[in-house]
Design a protein around this ligand. Structure first.
Ligand code: APR
Length: 394
């Protein structure tokens, strides 16, 4: 049994799905968002928080930036620490870079949901999409989504914005779309603490015990990362162990103490990346993590999701409002070069931040390269410009 057909059925209310939904409503295209979790869970999920200037421009052009402009914080520098000292890289001033806006992702998600509903959009929370009908990626005349315990929802198109384990991706890969993937072989313990930031800027610490990162979120919450062995359980990391390890790797004895606070969340993230060779076909099109997962080493994930949502909204408008499918036909060619450039830089950052473990000759060689890359970044204007352009661009 099918319910009435809409223009676009969007699966997933993360940044990709919510930006897409808002942009479609702006263009007069009706849509429905299916989200398996409830609203409180979606709005409470702390994740990224680092918005590139392009993302802020897209959100501003579409009336979605009031919250982030009011409460977000602009960053133009980041800081590197190692046993050779510390230096600040002013990427906003290098001439090629632009500022970042730091705004917690869950606040952005809250703003996007409120605005989508204000514009008259429909979101069904607690609606788990079980499957996108297989023929959607082929010659089907419509997209059909099966919903657990409910009626099928059909639309002229389906947008899979349901993350990298989603059903949108599964339907495309079942239809023959291939994936390029890499396991970076590194894991991070991601910790959210109820404490103000300890550094002015994002901080990256290289240490023989592994990478440590400091990311400001709000005046009261800070995100820290600790490189940890693959397979580590978050439960193995007591608050004491976390603070001791952060102090060692961020070299507080030399550079001053960190502001402590309760650990709100801890989770282990394995750094993996993948890209679908084509982010859509027929009636089914993907955006965000569904189309490709990017390791968090350069904080590109949410920005790629917003970029893809913007491109997909334009392409779907062409198809639905003007009967012109060229935008959809070009969607992969529009996205993929930028996606791959972000992956290339993210991979470069991963090489900078993570020294190989152990004392073997190869590990020593790898660590020496890591330090050579850091030294080049400290001293070479060309290298700093490369960093600025890629760190802030999308
Ligand atoms: N049915 C309905 N909803 C689903 C289903 C399903 N079968 N599967 C997943 N979802 C929902 C999830 O609950 C989630 O709310 O899809 C949404 C996907 O959102 P994200 O994982 O945030 O993915 P995306 O919107 O692509 O954003 C990617 O944001 O959080 C960061 O690290 C992430 O940087 C990445 C970016």
């Amino acid at each position: 049994m099918a319910t009435a057909q809409v223009g676009v059925v969007i699966v997933g209310a993360g940044p990709a799905g919510l930006v897409l939904g808002n942009l479609l409503l702006d263009r007069g295209i009706d849509c429905v968002i299916l989200e398996r979790r409830d609203r409180a869970a979606v709005e409470g999920r702390a994740r990224a928080g680092f918005l590139a200037a392009h993302s802020v421009r897209v959100l501003t052009e579409h009336g979605l930036s009031a919250g982030l402009l009011a409460r977000g914080k602009t960053h133009t520098t980041c800081l590197f620490r190692s046993d050779r000292g510390e230096f600040t890289l002013d990427y906003g001033k290098s001439g090629l870079g632009e500022p970042h806006t730091v705004y917690p992702q869950q606040e952005l998600v809250r703003d996007l949901i409120a605005e989508y509903l204000r514009r008259g959009g429909e979101i069904r929370f607690g609606a788990e999409a079980e499957e996108v009908a297989g023929e959607a990626a082929g010659e089907a005349a419509e997209g059909r989504v099966r919903v657990r315990g409910g009626a099928d929802v059909t639309g002229r198109y389906v947008a899979g914005c349901d993350g990298h384990r989603g059903i949108g991706r599964a339907a495309l890969t079942a239809h023959g779309t291939r994936t390029a993937r890499r396991d970076h072989g590194v894991s991070w313990l991601a910790v959210l603490v109820a404490a103000p930031p300890s550094l002015e800027a994002v901080g990256y610490a290289l240490h023989e015990r592994g990478f440590a990162g400091h990311m400001a979120r709000t005046a009261a919450v800070t995100r820290y990362y600790l490189q940890c062995p693959r397979g580590t359980a978050p439960a193995d990391w007591s608050e004491d162990r976390i603070w001791t390890e952060l102090a060692t790797r961020l070299r507080t004895a030399e550079f001053g103490p960190l502001r402590h606070g309760a650990v709100l969340e801890k989770a282990v993230v394995d750094l993996r990346s993948d890209v679908l060779e084509s982010p859509g076909a027929g009636r089914l099109w993907l955006a965000g993590d569904a189309a490709g997962l990017i390791s968090p080493s350069a904080a590109k994930g949410a920005n790629l999701a917003i970029l893809q949502a913007e491109l997909l909204a334009r392409a779907l408008e062409g198809a639905l409002a003007h009967g012109d499918g060229t935008g959809l036909a070009r969607y992969a060619a529009d996205c993929l070069p930028r996606v791959w450039r972000a992956h290339e830089f993210s991979h470069w950052m991963s090489g900078l931040l993570h020294g190989p473990a152990g004392e073997e000759d190869e590990a020593r060689y790898g660590r020496a390269l890591q330090y050579a890359r850091l030294e080049s970044l400290r001293t070479s204007r060309t290298h700093q410009d490369f960093f600025a352009e890629n760190y802030t661009g999308i």
